[in-house]
Design a protein around this ligand. Structure first.
Ligand code: GDP
Length: 436
């Protein structure tokens, strides 16, 4: 079962929360001497999801300075096997230095952390009490009451999102690809080309949404789930004319995908509908490859590729991070190369960068170009940044006041991230957050 570590300084109510999560179930004491001295594992569940809760701090020390190394050692061991952690803090007390230290340490672990602000018995005050803990920089504080149970439902709801399931592991192993584009750009031809090229085909497989049929193909070790291939084929049988195009269906397929192949007709160039689809891909935070198809059908000279690229970067500037590939589903030109680009984009989409590297890039960027100063003489300051999630890679940047960081400067930092860290093929997100 996945393990959830409960971390926090003494007296914040960790055991109360543990009891709340595990009910009256018995603690399982692992009695390997020396190793798990104070760690007890207790089974817990939420809905149909089961997990083990391990309380890292079974001891209470009087002196704040003494417990920190100890709690870290215990927490480190728990963390090495945990799928997620809940950091518990005291909402009636407000953030302490010990909290900050624990939070800083947690941020360096490669484990998703939920921040539970305990002792928030009153819902109205709870939000205010919780808000103080944004400054710990480990994400959204959840007001809860371990004693009464308020707020624990929301916490658990979020928690189980982080826990691996058998299905989720399978999900990560396969790459979900949506083939999107206007009618007649060559989506089904591309699909057929993939299916024809691939060795083993497990097809068709019903998707998670009703009537969405996926086609699963494999290449080497890698499995690709081509999502909603029914949607690509179905339209053929329906006489809506060439103008009909289900935007809604395309949007749904985008949502289910890791990476989207945005297919554009080389003859027509980028249209308004292509722009709309690209916008949605960006909004949904999906990796993307721009496939300019029917490349065989156009007259080419030495400028052709350049002209197309210029048209694309002018009209699809908001996904300028996406690779562009020129293909022919008819002749098969570069069709298999699309999957190479898919692999690369997905790697970037799932990529995680350490806090140390993020801050190296930030420091260097600020050294070249400091945040602007207002006419009143106030200057924006960036304290530090950290990657909070992947898919797409998302970063929180802590600053003195987000209002002081202008749109221009934000774009500058984003460019620096791209120049130094890459992320080809995937959108990235920067969140600017104030910290007193
Ligand atoms: P869909 O509506 O996007 O699925 O497009 P289809 O795959 O049905 O293709 C529409 C038309 O374009 C068909 O007549 C295809 O034969 C043709 N087509 C598709 N790909 C290519 C290509 O790479 N080159 C050329 N010349 N024609 C293509």
């Amino acid at each position: 079962l996945p393990i959830v570590a409960i971390v926090g300084r003494p007296n914040v109510g960790k055991s109360t929360l543990v009891n709340r999560l595990t009910g009256e179930r018995e603690a399982i004491v692992h009695d390997q001497p020396g190793v798990t001295r104070d760690r007890t594992y207790r089974p817990a569940f939420w809905g149909d999801r089961e997990f083990m809760v391990v309380d890292t701090g079974g001891l209470v020390f009087d002196d704040d300075t003494e417990f920190l190394p100890y709690i870290r050692e215990q927490a480190a061991m728990a963390m090495s096997e945990a799928s997620a952690a809940i950091m518990v803090v005291d909402g009636q007390h407000g953030p302490t230095d010990a909290d900050t230290e624990i939070a800083d340490w947690l941020r360096q672990q490669n484990v998703p952390v939920l921040l539970a602000v305990n002792k928030c018995e009153s819902p109205e005050q709870g939000l205010m009490q919780a808000a103080q803990f944004w400054e710990l920089g480990i994400g959204e504080p959840y007001p809860i009451s371990g004693i009464h149970g308020n707020g624990t439902g929301e916490l658990l709801e979020q928690l189980v999102e982080y826990l691996p399931t058998v299905a989720a592991e399978a999900d990560d192993a396969e790459i979900r690809v949506a083939i999107i584009g206007r009618p007649n750009v060559g989506k089904s031809s591309l699909l057929n080309a993939f299916v024809g090229n691939m060795r083993s085909i497990v097809s068709p497989i019903s998707g998670t949404t009703r009537d969405a049929i996926d086609t699963v193909v494999t290449r080497g070790e890698q499995t690709y789930r081509l999502v909603d291939t029914a949607g690509i084929r179905k339209k053929k049988q329906v006489e809506y004319g060439t103008e009909f195009f289900s935007v809604n269906r395309a949007f749904k397929a985008i949502r289910r995908a890791d990476v989207v192949l945005l297919v554009i007709d080389a003859i027509d160039g980028v249209t308004e509908q292509d722009q709309k689809l690209a916008g949605r891909i960006e909004e949904e935070g999906k990796a993307c490859i721009i496939v300019v198809n029917k490349w065989d059908a156009i007259e080419k000279d030495s400028h052709t590729i350049y002209d197309h690229k210029r048209d694309i970067s002018a009209k699809l500037y908001f996904i300028d991070w996406a690779e562009v590939i020129f293909t022919s589903a008819l002749t098969g030109q570069r069709v298999t190369k699309i999957l190479d680009l898919v692999d690369l984009a997905v790697d970037q989409h799932r990529r995680r960068v350490t806090t140390a590297v993020v801050n190296e890039v930030l420091e260097e960027a600020v050294r070249w170009h400091t945040p602007p100063t207002t006419r009143q003489g106030r200057q924006g300051r960036i304290y530090y940044g950290t990657q909070v999630t992947a898919q797409p890679p998302s970063f929180t940047l802590f600053v003195n006041d987000p209002k002081l960081i202008t749109e221009n400067y934000r774009r500058y930092i984003e460019r620096q991230f791209r120049e130094n860290l890459g992320f080809e093929g995937t959108p990235i997100r920067l969140f600017w957050r104030g910290k007193k």
